[in-house]
Design a binder for this molecule. Structure first.
Ligand code: PLP
Length: 400
C-alpha cells in the first residue's frame, strides 16, 4: 500500500485557510533558524509573525516552560486563584509601562484581547460607537473582525458589530468623529498589515486629546508593534501618547499562546461588577504561557537587543536596494518591500523560501514583502539575508 505523505494528511485533516500554504515541515527551531528533517535550514525573516522576537527555543524560556509544567498547568478558570506566574509577569509588565497601565487582563490570543478591550470601553462609557481604521487588523473573531479595515474580509460574515466606523489611518477626518457618543478609538500604533504605516507627526496626540476631551477610551494595539520591534519596548513611547488600554499578544507569550489588554486598575475593576465576571476565560493567562512570556521579556531586556534595532534598520535600507523594489517602509526591525504587483511579490516570496529564507506578504498589501526577523539577528545574518533577497529579486525580476 502506498504511504500517505504528511503533506497529504496536512491538507486532508488540518483545516486550511489558504489555497497555497507554504507547507514546510519543520522539525526543530533554534535562534533565527528553522530546520527540516533533512537538516536543511531556513533563516526566519518573519519571526512567526512577530512572535519570536528573541528567536526560537531560547533555553531560559524552555526551562521556564518545563519548570512551570512540572509545578502545575491548569488549576481553575482565570482570576480565582493567585497564580504566581501571572502575578509575576503582570508585575514585570507594569514596571515597564506608564503608571496608568498597571493592571493586566491576560487572554489566550490577540483577538481575545481586542474583544475584552471593546467590552471594557462599552462598559466604561455606556456607549456603543467604535472608531476603527481602514487596513487595520485586530483579530479574526466577530467583534475584532468588525474592526477589520477592509470590506472584502468582513462581507461574508455580516451581520457584524453595529456602530463601527472606519476612517483612513493618519488622516484628519477621524478627529471630527470622536464625540460624546463614542466608546473607543482603536488603532495600531504602527499599522502592520497595510505594509508598515507609521502615524504622521502629532496625529496620535490629536486623537489622544479628542479622546480625553470626550471621555472616549483610546485603545492602542501593539500586538505586532510591541516588544522592541519598532526600536523601543513599546511603540507608543515614540509618539508621546499613553493609551487608556494597550493590547498585547504575539511576542507577549515568548512562543506560547498569550494575549493581554492592559489598563488602569480603576478602569479594569469595572469588570468585577454589573455584571460580575465581566469577562471570563478558562485558559487566559495560562501559567505556562505566563512563565514563558516573562522569561522571554527578561531575555529581551537583559540582552540589550532593542538598543540595536535602529542600526539593523539602517542595514535594511542600505542593503535592500534593487530597482524592482519600488519602496521600502521601515519601523525599526520591521520592513515592507513593495514590488510592481502581488504576483511579483508572490514569486519573490516563494523564491526566497527556495533560497533558505522565510518571508511572507501583508494582508492588505499583497504586493509587499514582509521583513521582520528576530531582534537577536546578527549584522552578518542581516547582510546575508538582504543580499540573498536582492539576488532572488534579480533572478525573478531581472531587468524588468
Ligand atoms: N492585532 C494585530 C495588530 C495583529 O497583527 C494580530 C494578529 O496577527 C491580532 C491583533 C490578532 O492576534 P491573534 O492572531 O493572536 O488573535
Amino acid at each position: 500500500m502506498q504511504s500517505i505523505s504528511n503533506r497529504q494528511l496536512f491538507l486532508s485533516h488540518v483545516a486550511q485557510t489558504s489555497p497555497a500554504p507554504i507547507g514546510l515541515e519543520i522539525v526543530r527551531a533554534e535562534g533565527c533558524y528553522q530546520y527540516d528533517a533533512a537538516g536543511r535550514r531556513w533563516l526566519d525573516l518573519i519571526s512567526g509573525f512577530s512572535v519570536c522576537n528573541i528567536g526560537h527555543g531560547h533555553l531560559r524560556v524552555v526551562d521556564a516552560v518545563k519548570k512551570q509544567a512540572e509545578a502545575y498547568m491548569h488549576l481553575i478558570v482565570y482570576g480565582e486563584f493567585i497564580e504566581t506566574p501571572q502575578v509575576a509577569y503582570a508585575q514585570l509588565l507594569a514596571e515597564h509601562l506608564p503608571p496608568s497601565l498597571n493592571t493586566v487582563y491576560f487572554t489566550n490570543s490577540g483577538a481575545e484581547a481586542t474583544e475584552g478591550a471593546m467590552k471594557l470601553a462599552k462598559r466604561a462609557t455606556n456607549r456603543s460607537k467604535i472608531i476603527a481604521f481602514n487596513k487595520s487588523y485586530h483579530g479574526s473573531t466577530q467583534g475584532a473582525l468588525s474592526l477589520m479595515g477592509d470590506e472584502y474580509w468582513r462581507n461574508a460574515f455580516r451581520p457584524l458589530l453595529p456602530d463601527v466606523h472606519h476612517f483612513d489611518y493618519g488622516t484628519e477626518a477621524v478627529l471630527g468623529a470622536i464625540d460624546d457618543t463614542t466608546a473607543c478609538v482603536i488603532l495600531e500604533t504602527v499599522q502592520a498589515e497595510s505594509g508598515i504605516n507609521k502615524p504622521p507627526a502629532g496625529w496620535l496626540q490629536a486623537i489622544r486629546q479628542k479622546c480625553t476631551q470626550h471621555g472616549v477610551l483610546m485603545i492602542l494595539d501593539e500586538i505586532q508593534a510591541g516588544f522592541g520591534r519598532t526600536g523601543t519596548l513599546w511603540a507608543f513611547g515614540q509618539y508621546n501618547v499613553v493609551p487608556d488600554v494597550l493590547l498585547l499578544g504575539k511576542a507577549l507569550g515568548g512562543g506560547m499562546p498569550l494575549g493581554a489588554f492592559i489598563a488602569s486598575n480603576k478602569l479594569m475593576s469595572l469588570l468585577t461588577h454589573n455584571p460580575v465576571l465581566g469577562h471570563i476565560t478558562t485558559f487566559g493567562g495560562h501559567p505556562v504561557s505566563c512563565a514563558a512570556g516573562k522569561a522571554a521579556l527578561e531575555v529581551l531586556l537583559e540582552g540589550g537587543y532593542i538598543a540595536n534595532v535602529n542600526n539593523k534598520e539602517q542595514l535594511i535600507v542600505k542593503h535592500l536596494q534593487h530597482h524592482a523594489i519600488q519602496q521600502i517602509r521601515t519601523a525599526g526591525l520591521w520592513a515592507s518591500l513593495r514590488f510592481a504587483n502581488a504576483e511579483t511579490n508572490q514569486q519573490v516570496v516563494h523564491a526566497c523560501v527556495k533560497a533558505g529564507l522565510i518571508t511572507d506578504w501583508f494582508l492588505f498589501a499583497p504586493d509587499c514583502l514582509r521583513f521582520a526577523p528576530p531582534l537577536i539577528i546578527t549584522d552578518e545574518e542581516m547582510i546575508h539575508a538582504c543580499e540573498t533577497i536582492v539576488g532572488v529579486v534579480e533572478e525573478v525580476c531581472g531587468n524588468v
